[in-house]
Design a protein around this ligand. Structure first.
Ligand code: SF4
Ligand code: SF4
Length: 79
């Protein structure tokens, strides 16, 4: 199974939520950001990016980010 570590560069995050929309649509068939396995939260100074335990490291969220806030790195043990 494909697997990537997703590196977050929160300073680049605009809060557009494309990553959450992509993840939720892929795994639920709905554009529902709250159902995504990646969660972006706004704070007073910027965005905080976290992943739920259900994240399977597919990398689709990183492919969907236009702002270089998510970078995928192939896992060493992936075949
Ligand atoms: S990580 Fe990228 S796609 Fe997700 S909210 Fe931030 S800028 Fe948008
Ligand atoms: S790596 Fe895949 S499962 Fe994990 S948050 Fe991103 S799109 Fe969702």
């Amino acid at each position: 199974m494909a697997g990537y570590d997703i590196i977050t560069l929160e300073e680049n995050c605009t809060g557009c939520l494309r990553c959450q929309l992509a993840c939720s649509y892929l795994y639920t068939g709905l554009f529902n950001p709250s159902a995504a396995r990646i969660q972006v939260r706004f704070s007073g100074t910027g965005c905080a990016i976290d992943f739920t335990d259900e994240c399977n490291h597919c990398g689709v969220c990183a492919d969907s980010c236009f702002y270089d806030a998510l970078k995928k790195v192939k896992r060493e043990d992936d075949e």
